[in-house]
Design a protein. Sequence first.
Length: 366
Amino acid sequence: MTRRDAADWVNALVRADVRATAAYHVADARGMVKLDAMENPFALPAQLQSLLGERVATAALNRYPDPQARALSASIRSTFGIDPRWGILLGNGSDEIIQMLIAGVSGPGCCVLAPAPSFVMFRLISQWLNVRFEEVTLRSDFQLDVPAMREAIRLHRPRLIFLACPNNPTGNLFDEASLRAVLEAADALVVIDEAYLAFASRDHTALLDEYPNLLIMRTLSKLGLAALRLGYLVGDPRWIAEFDKIRLPYNIGTLNQVAAEVALEHFDVLDAQTRLIVSERARLLVRLQADARLHCWQSEANFLLVRPHAASARTVHAGMARRGVLVKCLDGGHPLLANCLRLTIGAPPENDAMLAALDAALAVQS
């Protein structure tokens, strides 16, 4: 019998579609102004860092975490005013919650549906779980194409629909009438992803009373706790109980639970940082919309989407990187994002550096 090497085993056992894809790419931002990943740019103040160190020092690292993260769940409920009627399910970031949701509804013929362009993990996790994923292109103003959504629902009969609102990477809120139209047309579970809620003018929890097929997904990452990888799902306890069966045991580590509890006890600090980001967004929006060399869209998130008129977005991106500023080039990701860049809102000095690098990169091509 011929002895097979690892490559033979991989080719024989790993799915062909997995072998054909690349691992999720994260750009190396060492030594750069990092404005590519929608992170909060502010560290915790020294006093809060000291308190966090004291609490972490006494954590029982020899024991498994609280499997339900009860103290943290209670803190989230209190901090964000979540009605006691609704259940809460914690995940290791929104990504794990997306994985639980898709796994929970998957089966023969299952389809997941989402608008496009939108959060890439809706598609990637569906692919990883071998679940069919269909997308419906947004209108040119980045709003939901309701007739197209209705037709896709009729044609594909999805079991799960994701709606990111505010949407990533476009930054806009979908109008409420369109959201209601999808909810009413869908014989499916609809999940509204509110990852950027902290920067938006509207939330959607009131819709939970009207639509029993709706769940709300959120994250603490954009509030300045990205390193903790904490997301949560809100909705009818009967939904939450079913998806909790799929959640891996002890999915939220003790240190993450403790750190999040400390941060939420001092939510005023995170809230002040959020208000500064929103203020900086307004400042950058005025500056960028006055620049005749590009178009800048309104945003309800912690980033701005821009499209150079004449210059190549890829060349501008490379030029900014050479000047020490990393942003996200979206060109090639979707036709609606052709020649677009996504600029995360940073701290004021970072934003000034970004504006200078963008100006210089555009000037080279003018």
